[in-house]
Design a protein around this ligand. Structure first.
Ligand code: FAD
Ligand code: NAG
Ligand code: NAG
Ligand code: NAG
Ligand code: NAG
Length: 503
């Protein structure tokens, strides 16, 4: 050590002792007493579950929910059977969802195989064949090597994405979505966040025809939007065309119910209206910071105090409408608009002549994708099976089936009359479904205040069940590390290299 740095030694030592002191006082006495989680979708229920794992059995965890547990995972009843109305398919490499299902004793159902077609408003520009080899030849004929290159491009992104599980297994956490995404795929992933999937694919050399006729229809079915969504969510959306997709037998929302009971959190059915920062005198002297949550339920308005708060619903006036009092600087509203998608379930017979088939007996397509044509009033439509029976694949005859139609606006009776030659029943569910993506945008932070966390901001990168679960685990780890002062597990760089050599 040279003389110059030795001069700083006493100051550095004092600082170190001071820091240690702070860490010590929390580590010794004060485990948190009470944690609040606002929102009981897959994000909030998995947060409760991970918080319980991290903080142990003594902490009280309250879970606030104003509607049904499950949030955007919900089923709808059509003619006595339940169908997935919100989040429906799960990728085989979504490891948190997979682990939940296993741990909770639930069972997976394999996704349906559709015979897909892409409708442009006048005709089908692409149709799958019942013969796999014919479909492959058609793809080659129409799009040359684009489909294969697409598969490899998505595969490569998936590979990098999978690093998150290694990081989280080793308790590493991130303070922002950008830092998390960058730890997975570096500058390339960051760039994907800030440019459109259309642009990203063009730059990689995909043909415009392929983008219009294959990529756009996939974005429309999964996110109700075009190739103007960001490249990262675009890649997640394309991964949704992989094989092996599955869902939870009995309905995906069962995972939320299971996590809620496994977490031993207390469900408080009510609407949170505000969160206020308050200071309380401590028994041992001094003051401590807490959060006062104001909520109302059928039994009236009430308040409760918490050491840690996790917000698991989009902070957006239309969606959660929570007011923050006494924060300095104030908690901003992350006013990213959410995109409306209507899921309409129609039991009926499709009007094949609308889709250009005069002879209905030669029509076998049961998964209809669409290109970006302004005269089209639907994004997609496909035959669906109910959630309850895994064996029962049902009479999939197109004669009469239950179709799930996605559209931006509610379907009018005239529109339904054009799509179907006859029908028995119609049921619709309106969603503010996912962010309206318009890159470039900065993502909201995971930390809103000292001990107040926000997990839904991750949707700005991509909205999916697994993304909420990843954010939930990240936030539980962050909360734990920050409470006990383990800063060496937060925002570490070079994690991939580091963990590679650690075995
Ligand atoms: C039509 C549709 C199709 C989709 N398809 C897929 C798919 O195939 N695969 C996939 O992975 N994802 C899909 N998604 C996305 C997926 O459903 C969501 O990303 C995920 O469910 C979000 O979960 P969450 O817990 O983060 O938010 P949410 O489920 O929205 O949970 C937030 C909860 O907070 C509650 N809440 C809000 N404000 C308050 C308040 N003030 N007080 C108390 N409670 C409050 C709400 O009632 C809600 O229950 C789809 C979504 C939709 C809508
Ligand atoms: C909560 O309060 C709002 C506004 O005061 C009211 O409109 C709403 O009905 C209340 N919710 C419940 C569940 O009581
Ligand atoms: C949000 O809540 C405030 C008060 O809690 C209420 O006055 C307002 O109408 C609510 N807005 C929406 C969009 O629900
Ligand atoms: C079916 O579609 C055709 C073509 O759009 C339309 O003329 C017809 O009215 C629709 N309805 C029925 C019941 O055939
Ligand atoms: C992405 O764009 C936002 C908004 O323009 C900007 O704040 C951010 O720094 C950009 N991020 C990167 C990695 O370029």
């Amino acid at each position: 050590m040279d003389v110059r740095s030795a001069q700083h030694l006493p100051a550095a030592l004092a600082l170190l002792l001071l820091l240690l002191g702070c860490v010590w006082s929390q580590a010794l006495g004060n485990a948190p007493d009470r944690i609040a989680v606002i929102g009981a979708g897959i994000g909030g229920t998995s947060a409760a579950y991970y918080l319980r794992q991290k903080f142990g059995r003594d902490v009280q965890i309250d879970l606030f929910e104003r509607e049904a547990v499950g949030g955007r995972l919900a089923t709808i009843r059509v003619e006595g059977k339940e169908y997935e109305a919100g989040g429906s398919v799960i990728h085989p490499l979504n490891l948190h969802m997979k682990a939940f299902v296993k741990e909770l004793g639930l069972s997976p159902t394999q996704g349906q195989n559709h015979l897909a077609g892409v409708y442009s408003g006048d005709k089908f520009v692409f149709e799958e064949s019942g013969w796999y080899i014919i479909t492959v030849l058609k793809l080659l004929w129409q799009y040359w090597l684009n489909p294969l290159r697409m598969y490899m491009w998505v595969e490569d992104i998936m590979d990098k994405f999978m690093r998150i599980y290694r990081y989280q297994d080793n308790d590493y956490a991130f303070t922002s979505t950008e830092k998390l995404v960058s730890a997975l795929g570096g500058d390339y992933f960051l760039q994907l966040l800030n440019e459109t999937i259309g642009k990203a694919l063009q730059k990689t050399g995909f043909s415009q025809t392929f983008i219009n006729e294959v990529v756009t229809p996939v974005m429309r079915v999964n996110y109700g939007q075009t190739v103007n969504i960001n490249g990262f969510v675009g890649a997640v959306s394309l991964a949704g065309t992989d094989s092996g997709l599955w869902s939870v037998t009995g309905g995906n929302r069962r995972v939320c119910d299971g996590l809620l009971s496994a977490s031993k959190a207390q469900l408080i059915p009510s609407t949170v209206t505000s969160v206020e920062m308050i200071t309380q005198p401590r028994a041992s002297g001094g003051k401590t910071q807490q959060y006062e949550i104001c909520y109302n339920s059928t039994s009236g308005v009430a308040i409760a105090h918490y050491d840690i708060v996790v917000i698991a619903t989009p902070l957006n006036h239309k969606m959660s409408n929570i007011t923050f009092w006494n924060f300095n600087p104030p908690i901003p509203e992350f006013s990213r608009p959410y995109h409306q998608t209507i899921a309409t379930f129609i039991h009926g017979q499709i009007n094949t002549s609308f889709f250009g088939y005069q002879d209905s007996s030669s029509f076998h397509i049961d998964g209809i994708f669409t290109t970006d044509n302004p005269k089209l009033f639907i994004n997609s439509m496909g035959v669906v099976s109910p959630v309850q029976n895994e064996q029962d694949k049902l009479e999939q005859s197109l004669g009469s089936a239950v179709w799930k139609v996605f559209s931006k606006e509610p379907l009018t009776e005239e529109q339904i009359n054009v799509l179907f030659s006859s029908y028995d029943s119609v049921k619709a569910k309106q969603w503010l479904a996912y962010p309206h993506y318009s890159p470039p945008k900065k993502c909201p932070p995971f930390i809103l205040h000292d001990q107040m966390y926000y997990l839904s901001g991750i949707e700005c990168a991509a909205s999916a069940m697994e993304m909420s679960a990843i954010a939930a685990k990240n936030v539980a780890l962050l909360a734990h590390h920050r409470w006990y002062g383990n800063t060496d597990k937060i925002d570490q760089e070079g994690l991939h290299e580091k963990l590679k050599t650690e075995f």
